[in-house]
Design a protein around this ligand. Structure first.
Ligand SMILES: *Cc1c(COP(=O)(O)O)cnc(C)c1O
Length: 399
């Protein structure tokens, strides 16, 4: 009997082609085959390049990492960073790779909610102590540093209050005290701010947000300039299983092609929106770093040049009833707790991201019932601004 080697169960050879695809192929393969044990040996020894198992690395993650590294200003010879399965996985990989029992972290007191929760609960449980401070105040940060402090973690712009960290002072404090200075650059994006140029040792991203940009991918990224630091984060990501799926990386790469266009369009609209809202009697205050009435406007100009971001926060005159009326009136705009999508989203921190805080705690941050955050998208600017301004008018016309 003739054996048929063309069983459908057997793996096929990939058809040869002298021409190559222009789009990065998607590599869903969990595993990679070698010719023989000697070849595999050479690969494990690092003499030849090769993939082995998808959790350890795959082409789609590496292509994406190289693009993100380039955006953050890293060179070809720098480590290219680690892509992770979510923004929180990036935070986790950094913590698990770089901290030990007994270490102390100083971090911003207005970080992303889940990051705060990790610092407050999970890391403490694992024996890592944390101090949360106002990172707009370099002296307060310096005061919080003790003998066991090893890391300083900040976001350049706070959410949703859009206050700006004193990055130059913090970088100096980190340098003087030999701390790893980590910046979560999700809100600012490398279009607005490149932390490595301001003394950061690590840069983190929720790629989920503006970098991927289409609300269909959950991914994260963490980059370190130092090879040893990079390797520890990579090992933690692989060991703790925080690495990403090829398809998500493929989608994020596709999203990234238009990142700069999307950012610029959204920022132009954000500026128009901030000014239009500020002119409306139904708005108590607009919070936008590019406006001269923003408390950190001078710092914004110094740190971000002419960039002001794609997020606009404001205080609607009124209470929950007016907020509900506003959200319902802006019927074509999603009321959804995310940011960075091509489509504008509105969020209400008092009922979502900051609901676990007491009213006095929220008030201390400047977040009241009327506080609304807009993540500006790339739809037609005039339509968007008109709809939001009209919604403010409808919601506040009675009061
Ligand atoms: C969303 C976000 C995260 C977490 O990212 P996920 O992709 O949702 O896990 C971390 N930091 C900031 C600033 C974020 O906005």
């Amino acid at each position: 009997m003739v054996e048929d080697h063309r069983s459908v169960v057997r793996r096929s050879e990939i058809p040869g082609s002298i021409s190559r695809p222009v789009v990065t192929p998607l590599y869903p393969s969990v595993v990679y085959r070698s010719t023989d044990a000697d070849e595999l040996d050479q690969q494990y020894e690092g003499h030849v390049a090769g993939y082995s198992y998808a959790r350890e690395g795959h082409p789609n993650a590496d292509v994406l990492a190289a693009k993100l590294a380039w955006l953050e200003g890293l060179g070809d010879n720098d480590p290219q960073g680690v892509v992770t399965g979510s923004g929180m996985a990036a935070v986790s990989a950094m913590m698990l790779g770089l901290l030990s029992h007994g270490d102390h972290i100083v971090a911003g007191n207005q970080l992303y909610g889940r990051t705060l929760r990790m610092l407050d609960n999970d890391l403490r449980r694992l024996g890592v102590d944390t101090s949360l401070v106002d990172v707009g105040d370099g002296a307060a940060v310096a005061d919080a540093i003790g003998a066991s402090t090893t890391m300083l973690l900040v976001e350049a712009v706070s959410n949703p209050t859009l206050r700006i960290a004193d990055i130059e002072a913090l970088a100096e404090v980190a340098r003087d005290n030999d701390l790893l200075f980590a910046v979560d650059n999700t809100f600012t994006t490398p279009r607005m701010f490149r932390p490595f140029e301001h003394g950061a040792d690590l840069v983190l991203h929720s790629v989920t947000k503006m970098l991927a940009g289409h609300a269909d991918v959950t991914l994260g990224y963490v980059a370190a300039r130092d090879e040893g630091v990079h390797q520890r984060v990579l090992d933690a990501a692989v060991t703790w299983g925080l690495t990403p799926s090829p398809f998500d990386c493929w989608l994020a790469e596709r999203g990234l092609h238009t990142f700069e266009l999307r950012y610029d369009q959204a920022e132009r609209t954000a500026t128009l929106l901030a000014d239009a809202l500020a002119a409306h009697h139904g708005v108590e205050a607009v919070i936008y770093p590019g406006r001269s009435d923003h408390p950190d406007n001078a710092r914004s100009k110094a740190l971000f040049d002419d960039r002001s971001g794609t997020m606009v926060s404001f205080r609607l005159r009124g209470d929950r009833a007016e907020v509900n009326a506003f959200i319902r009136a802006a019927e074509h705009i999603s009321f959804a707790p995310t940011l960075g999508d091509v489509s504008t989203t509105i969020s209400h921190p008092a009922s979502s991201s900051h609901r676990r805080l007491t009213v006095p705690e929220r008030t201390a941050l400047g977040i009241d019932e009327g506080f609304i955050r807009v993540s500006v998208g790339i739809e037609d600017a005039r339509l968007l601004v008109d709809e939001l301004v009209a919604a403010v008018g409808l919601a506040t016309s009675e009061s």
